[in-house]
Ligand binder design. Structure first.
Ligand SMILES: *Cc1c(COP(=O)(O)O)cnc(C)c1O
Ligand code: SF4
Length: 343
């Protein structure tokens, strides 16, 4: 675990100014990395996509600071630890700790704050909330990173959830596959596979993260029937191009990870430098759709206090009479007679 400047300097070249930036920024937001993730940093490249995700910079300290909660998650919490936006599913925040504190994290306000960890009594309250509401059929364990918990604790949490008849599917949101692949041991994967149907969502943002170690971690889950999907964040200077996204999604499907969401980055204190315009994101989706495997194209999403809203390029170009004019991926116009108008 790397959480001191001295250790960090074994993996990155830092100028004296950059060293001061790490210390200044960590007053506001914690930072740390696994040795594995830091070892992916290209020492010489100040714009290395791994470095930008993990090493604090001075821009994080610019602007106003507050307890940023762009999704109003604190307001949509019926019981501590539960975030509820949707009728049939909830997110349960088990911990606010992570193996790596991503500089772009949406939950930066709580990162590393153990006051937000659910203790056993807290989890019991969450459990009764779920038991008392048969409309909850999908429970997403998130954080922070749920894999910060021990296998034994996770096993106990998963078994109590599995015992609730109306909970049809369980999901774990974890970045460990990307930032701490050795966490996914065979024992851990075997333990998880006792709770089918169990789905895992992870977050790879750049092809550099798709190492042999990451592929092995993914394989331990997928080979035991646990589907793994990817939720990337669109990050300026890291993956905001058609070329990088194409390489990322192609490499993901090669290791049997299904690209699921591409999140529009959110503007909150200390993350503004990562945010692209929505038009840039739409252009990337247009550059993927049709040019690569259909199921490799993630859904571009803006997360809001009202839920996730899909952002889609417009393929319907217009209507004339009974006809709808549609644009194909390679720019050809197809005119389709609308059957509803034929009556
Ligand atoms: C993202 C999210 C979910 C899961 O959403 P899906 O679109 O089903 O993946 C559930 N609850 C909350 C609060 C979320 O933010
Ligand atoms: S792993 Fe997820 S919750 Fe943890 S710091 Fe990164 S983005 Fe935030």
């Amino acid at each position: 675990m790397i959480d001191s400047l001295d250790k960090l300097k074994q993996f990155v070249d830092l100028s004296p100014d950059e060293e001061r930036a790490v210390e200044a920024a960590s007053v506001y937001f914690p930072w740390r990395s696994t040795d594995y993730y830091a070892s992916l940093i290209d020492k010489e490249d100040r714009n290395c996509p791994i470095r930008l995700q993990v090493v604090p910079t001075l821009v994080e300290t610019e602007g106003a600071f507050g307890t940023d909660d762009p999704l109003d998650e604190d307001l949509s919490s019926p019981v501590p630890g539960v975030i509820r936006v949707y009728p049939d599913r909830i997110a349960v925040v088990l911990t606010s700790r992570c193996p790596v504190y991503c500089r772009h994290c949406l939950r930066k306000r709580n990162a590393g704050d153990v006051a937000h960890d659910l203790d056993e009594a807290g989890f019991e309250r969450v459990l009764s909330y779920i038991k008392n509401d048969p409309s909850i059929r999908d429970v997403l364990l998130t954080g922070g990173d749920p894999l910060m918990l021990s296998d034994a604790r996770l096993e106990s949490i998963l078994s109590s959830l599995r015992a609730i008849e109306h909970v049809e599917i369980l999901r774990i949101g974890t970045r460990a596959l990307c930032t701490w692949p050795e966490r996914i041991t065979d024992d851990c994967a075997e333990m998880l596979s006792a709770f089918h149907p169990l789905w895992v969502n992870t977050q790879f943002n750049h092809p550099k993260e798709l190492t042999d170690e990451a592929a092995t971690a993914v394989d331990r889950l997928v080979s035991r029937g646990i589907p793994v999907s990817n939720q990337s964040v669109l990050l300026k200077g890291i993956n905001d191009s058609v070329e990088i996204m194409t390489e990322l999604v192609r490499k993901l499907v090669k290791i049997r990870v299904r690209p699921y969401y591409l999140y529009q980055a959110q503007t909150l204190s200390g993350t503004g430098h990562f945010v692209t315009t929505i038009e840039e994101g739409l252009a990337i989706i247009k550059g993927l759709r049709g040019f690569t495997t259909g199921f490799a194209v993630p859904q571009y999403i803006l997360d809001t206090p009202y839920g996730k809203i899909p952002l889609n390029p417009e393929y319907i170009k217009g209507r004339s009479g009974d006809y709808v004019e549609l644009e194909s991926f390679n720019g050809k116009i197809w005119r389709e007679k609308n059957p509803y108008d034929q009556k």
